[in-house]
Design a protein around this ligand. Structure first.
Ligand code: NAP
Length: 245
């Protein structure tokens, strides 16, 4: 990771998009939550410590609104030595569904909380969030490929040069479908969750054919306690590393 991010550091000024890392913890059968939505905790303490180191190395952490509603994550950096910086917390929430009493909005943290919504989302909710210190970025359609790209460009424009995407499966597919990622860390825990309605690591509508599927290349395998962390990069990155330059 260090090497890839270092390479990126040399080209980041030439890019209009931030460096994007996807990270998720899944069961051996590719699930990130059970059919009842339970997801705490799939991976062990060593892999979680690894994720906190990843958070420390990125400017922003991005999740979808369903992850916020299901897990109430803090998205802060908690390193074993008590050091590390909090990345900006970024939530994709087109309709501003985030409750105003969501714990994430009331943290003692110097990092920004940013909500990406539709430009025409409820202005009253927008003002209420801004009163809590949240940066609200409105774009025409956050769900569309152009919208996601625009969101990333806007984030880069306010100084967010790297983003760690931490779920859920719907958001993962959006980034993967649009090839808007540079690096992937998949933590595989030795458990089987099963169930047709359990949340998959990558959801959305999925690719229709194997020919369309995103092709990756493994670069490293890390043992973290009982878990395996697989590091992969796009097999055929668009130059330089991601397009958008
Ligand atoms: N094990 C792990 O590592 C892990 C990590 C994270 C989450 N999870 C689990 O994942 C589950 C939630 O995943 P999920 O797939 O249901 O939801 P999600 O990916 O967290 O959120 C999806 C929602 O984000 C909003 N969104 C806005 N723009 C989007 C875009 N361009 N692409 C995709 N979504 C966009 C949409 O809601 P609007 O239409 O309202 O905007 C969409 O329904 C929870 O059960 C959670 O526990 C597990």
């Amino acid at each position: 990771m260090r090497k890839i991010m270092k390479q990126y550091a040399n080209i980041k000024t030439a890019r209009t998009l931030p460096f994007v890392t996807l990270s998720f913890a899944m069961s051996i059968d590719g699930k990130i939550a059970t059919r009842t939505g339970d997801s705490k905790y799939i991976s062990g303490p060593q892999s979680m410590a690894f994720v906190h180191r990843l958070r420390d190395r990125h400017d922003g952490i991005l999740v979808g609104i369903n992850t916020v509603l299901a897990d109430h994550p803090r998205l802060t950096t908690r390193l074993a030595n008590g050091k590390g910086h909090d990345a900006a917390r970024i939530i994709l929430d087109s309709q501003l569904r985030i409750p105003l009493d969501e714990p994430l909005l009331h943290l003692v943290s110097t990092a920004w909380t940013i909500v990406i919504c539709r430009k025409d989302a409820d202005p009253v909710r927008k003002v209420a969030l801004e009163r809590l210190g949240v940066v609200v970025i409105g774009i025409p359609d956050p769900h569309s490929p152009e919208g996601l790209r625009e969101a990333l460009i806007r984030l880069k424009g306010i100084g967010i040069r790297s983003i760690l995407v931490e779920g859920g499966g719907t958001v993962h597919f959006s980034f993967i479908e649009q090839r808007l990622f540079d690096l992937v860390f998949v933590t595989v825990a030795p458990i089987v969750i099963g169930g047709e309605t359990a949340k998959p690591a990558v959801g959305g509508r999925g690719f229709a054919t194997i020919a369309e599927a995103a092709q990756l290349r493994f670069v490293r395998r890390i043992t973290a306690g009982a878990d395996l962390i697989l590091e992969a990069v796009p097999a055929n990155p668009v130059e330089p590393t991601l397009e958008g330059a």
